[in-house]
Design a protein around this ligand. Structure first.
Ligand code: MEV
Length: 445
């Protein structure tokens, strides 16, 4: 075995203290151990309790990882004004969201509605025997499956949620002996992952135990083999819609393009994303720029949202756009329909101070309300991207926002920044143009 790799493995790392973990890491991997340690410590919070809270979110925490938390004001959603918090590193996203919000503020704002809020979970199991007998067993045991989860579901039921249904599904055409308990849930303001998984694990236990006593089963049939019990992040029945519309003439903000030309190009661009997967993926990535930023700021699980959204985008067998647009009787209409499983209670929402702050900024929304706000953030982001792409091109706005990153790379002073930001208001930003401008400015001083 390669001795280099051997020297880098460690036993019992998770049991070391935070400071011992850091010592091992900086000594093992860094040329300048002290400097690496300094950077890690620089990001610690000076409030020890707050730091401990963050340390305990995960295992082996060594420091905090900052992302900017920005806000996009002026979002009018169903006649209510919102300032939307966004946690994201990409320079142009918040600016684009704010611009789109302001644009639609003057044109009636966004209209949204929740289409459905059902979530799904499955117990995957193997049964080798007579399917008819399994069906009879399922019908008999189903009330017991629900009964034996009562301690888990009582609180959720009090608030109007809980288990909606459990079905037996035969998947033996795909895998020999493979069946599912396919269950649906209403989890109200909770994202519901823990609730659903606890119910499923209880279903599995009850199902397996009861099978042992089902007299119609043979000895082999009594041995139901539970493979796993887990919620699904595919949530096509937890769906929200957001839309904007205006007269085509109102789309134009200046005399360079008529509203109709803009509308037609816009619709064409969306049509392309509907039929061309190479474009659809980038189109949807832009939508997720807006969605993920709010999902993250509000302490929700962006990996779950990402997985569910992209599966939905491919639900017809071909990956396609999440947004749609048309012109109807001189009215431009642009909308998104998207699955979003979110929570505004539980998880990080009651733990992370910035998440609590973000939710208060959003008027402490219910999960249904948050679905609508986040769908709007996605639609607004896509509106900004398509509008730039079909008019000026994306780089103009993008590079303007990226200018600050380049200036920071060159450690520009505040005075240099001011001078160069002013200069690039009328000049095209490229990396080399910025470098040249910095050099010229510095050569004069
Ligand atoms: C960049 O992060 C996102 C865009 O590429 C989205 C799009 O092309 O629609 C600009």
């Amino acid at each position: 075995m390669n001795t280099l790799f051997m020297s880098k493995s460690i036993a019992g790392f998770s049991k070391l203290s935070k400071s011992k973990k850091i010592d091992w890491i900086v000594d093992t991997y860094f040329a300048n151990a002290e400097s690496a340690k300094g950077i890690l410590k620089q990001y610690w919070n000076s409030d020890e309790k707050l730091q401990q809270l963050h340390d305990e979110f995960i295992e082996n925490t060594i420091t905090n990882y900052y992302l900017p938390l920005g806000v996009a004001p002026n979002f009018l959603i169903n006649d209510k004004l919102y300032t939307i918090p966004m946690a994201i590193e990409e320079s142009s996203v918040v600016a684009a969201a704010s611009k789109a919000a302001k644009f639609w503020l003057d044109r009636g704002g966004f209209k949204t509605n929740v289409i459905s809020t059902t979530k799904t979970g499955q117990v995957h199991f193997v049964f080798r025997g007579d399917f008819e007998k399994l069906g009879q067993f399922f019908d008999i045991v189903k009330p017991k499956l629900i009964q034996e989860t009562k301690s888990i579901t009582a609180n959720m039921e009090k608030r109007g949620g809980g288990i909606l249904n459990i079905e037996l599904r035969d998947k033996t055409e795909d895998i020999n002996g493979y069946y599912q308990l396919h269950a649906s849930f209403e989890t109200l303001d909770a994202m519901g992952a823990n609730f659903i998984n606890s119910c499923l694990e209880q279903f599995a236990k009850t199902f397996k135990n009861e099978a042992l006593n089902f007299s119609l089963f043979s000895d082999e049939e009594k041995q139901i083999d539970i493979i796993m019990s887990i919620l699904s992040n595919y949530v096509p029945d937890c769906l929200v819609r957001a839309e904007v519309s205006c007269h085509v003439d109102e789309l134009s903000e200046n005399s360079s393009f008529s509203g109709r030309v803009l509308a037609e190009k816009f619709v064409q661009a969306v049509n392309i994303a509907e039929i061309e997967p190479y474009r659809a993926v980038t189109h949807n990535k832009g939508i997720m720029n807006g969605i993920d930023a709010v999902v993250l700021a509000t302490g929700n699980d962006f990996r779950a949202v990402e997985a569910g959204v992209h599966a939905y985008a491919a639900r017809k067998g071909k990956y396609s756009s999440l947004t749609h647009a048309k012109i109807e009787d001189d009215t431009f209409k642009f909308w998104i329909e998207i699955p979003l499983a979110l929570g505004t209670v539980g998880g990080l929402t009651s733990l992370h101070p910035l998440v609590k702050l973000a939710l208060e900024l959003l008027h402490k929304p219910s999960a249904r309300e948050l679905m609508q706000i986040i769908a709007v953030a996605g639609l607004a982001q896509n509106f900004g991207a398509i509008r730039s792409l079909t008019t000026t091109g994306i780089q103009q706005g993008h590079m303007k926002m990226h200018l600050m990153n380049i200036l920071n790379q060159f450690e520009a002073t505040n005075v240099e920044k001011q001078t160069l930001v002013e200069y690039f208001k009328n000049n095209t930003v490229t990396h080399s143009a910025v470098v040249e401008a910095i050099q010229e400015l510095r050569s004069k001083n």
